[in-house]
Design a protein around this ligand. Sequence first.
Ligand SMILES: [Zn+2]
Length: 275
Amino acid sequence: MPELPEVETTRRGIAPIMTDRRLESFLTHDTRMRWPVPDDLPATISGRVVRHCGRRGKYLLIEFDHGTQIIHLGMSGSLRRVPLDEPRRKHDHAEWVFSNARFLLHDPRRFGAILWHPAEAGPVSAHPLLARLGVEPLDPAFNGDLLFRAFAGRRVAIKQALLSGSVVVGVGNIYASEALFKARIDPRLPAGSLSRRRCMLLAEAIRETLSQAIDSGGSTLRDYVNATGEPGAYFELHAAVYERGGQACNRCSTPIRRIVQGQRATYFCPRCQRR
Ligand SMILES: [Zn+2]
């Protein structure tokens, strides 16, 4: 599933092309997504100028003077630039057309979303999908103290506390395993048992892991393509534990273990990652 690095990679791909440009037309070809795409959205935004391309968690925010288009890529979605005359493929559900560029939202499983938040409804950060999200991991406000305070008293395993998104957004299944390995923390530890110092190491590891993934163009899907149509490379380049069950740890050669937590696979080194 596209995680924060894929969405941020997409944002960085579309922002220079869309920002301050007039959207000539927005077209929907199939409005059946996680929630129906509003029928009047093409009329609402076609002909208007894009002011900013932002992101909150895994939501892309295409901002206009009169409101914000909220886009989620769901389980299988991608937003990619295509030539103006390229025919649509199956599962290309929506289309943004500029004078010199065109983007298609492709989503075979249709768990994605395209919604509209009008400016008169207030800041988009107050939208019900965004209002309760945890802090952004690449925001300066995210640090070990914040993790330490948020985890205090919590008995849930640290891996699951990260995945929940209520403390920090965007640390999905792959990046949670990778960041805990980097910080040498056993994924089964109760979140509230981590010392302030270990929380600081973890915050740093999360920031590094996500930054590295963004730098390599996102990655969590083997068939993922970014906004320019290039595949991400994080898997090949950087995964230290994820999907490496039974293989030797890069640091100590102990076989990597695979366990299941909350129905999700967790990978860790039983020697490097201490309790
Ligand atoms: Zn190890």
